[in-house]
Design a protein around this ligand. Structure first.
Ligand code: F6R
Length: 240
């Protein structure tokens, strides 16, 4: 992967946002792969100004993941998060921006449905990725197959603790999620992985320089012909 070390989260946001704007100008039907969590927020912030006056009415998007069994109207469902942080501020068409369906009703075919929708859209042009302290991308925790497609997974304790900040308590963080697989993510035409802060340094080192292994799902990016890693100094501190 190409590694870009930046001095601020805003600089990282600008680099990724510039690439997204370039894609949308060249193809108004660009398909974006969207991430949630804290890391991509500077990207969405930078896109706000940059997309003013750009026709985004046909831009499509697929979120990486969703909690299972959380009401889609819950403020922390990824449907809500994507609506609040991406769709509304950027003026995207809500019906063209998908999140995996995490409702229990129909969960057994939700993964296949999502895979089909991505294929029918022509595949993801640019996938934004964060990385968990466990090395996960999407919610593919250690042990996930590199060939995996969208499916239901169990969140590990570490991830539930990391995400407890979005809920009243760790007990309120759902146990299960539905996530694009590593195989799904690897099919995107360009991966842009962002990470900030010392607590991501080990995961970043594993993803960028470690052995390609299911113990560090992020290391799957080494198999991708076009992966860009945009990180701050702290997240880069354990690279050789
Ligand atoms: C989010 C996702 C996760 C996060 C990761 C980092 O859709 O799939 O892989 O990117 O957990 O989360 P933050 O950015 O909150 O540190």
């Amino acid at each position: 992967a190409e590694v870009i070390i930046v001095s601020s989260e805003n600089e990282a946001g600008a680099i990724v946002a510039d690439e997204i704007v370039r894609l949308i100008r060249a193809n108004p039907e660009t398909v974006l792969g969207l991430a949630t969590g804290s890391t991509p927020l500077p990207v969405y912030e930078a896109l706000r100004r940059r997309l003013e006056g750009v026709n985004v009415s046909r831009v499509r998007g697929f979120a990486l993941d969703e909690y299972v069994g959380l009401d889609p109207a819950h403020p922390q469902s990824y449907r809500s998060v994507i609506t609040r942080e991406v769709v509304e501020p950027l003026g995207l068409a809500p019906e063209l921006i998908r999140t995996p369906n995490g409702s229990l009703d129909g969960i057994e075919h939700a993964g296949d449905d999502y895979e089909r929708a991505i294929v029918e859209a022509g595949g993801v042009d640019l996938q934004i990725l964060g990385i968990g302290t466990s090395g996960h991308i999407g919610f593919n925790e250690p042990g996930s197959s590199f060939a995996s497609l969208t499916r239901v997974k169990t969140l590990i304790e570490q991830t539930r603790h990391d995400n407890a900040r979005f809920f009243d308590s760790v007990d309120d963080v759902p146990m299960h999620c539905i996530t694009q697989g590593l195989g799904t993510i690897l099919r995107a035409r360009h991966l842009m992985l962002l990470a900030f802060g010392e607590n991501k340094a080990d995961a970043v080192a594993g993803a960028v320089e470690g052995p390609i292994t299911a113990s560090c799902p992020g290391s799957a990016i080494q198999l991708h012909p076009h992966a860009t890693v945009v990180i701050d100094e702290a997240a880069a501190s354990r690279l050789e």
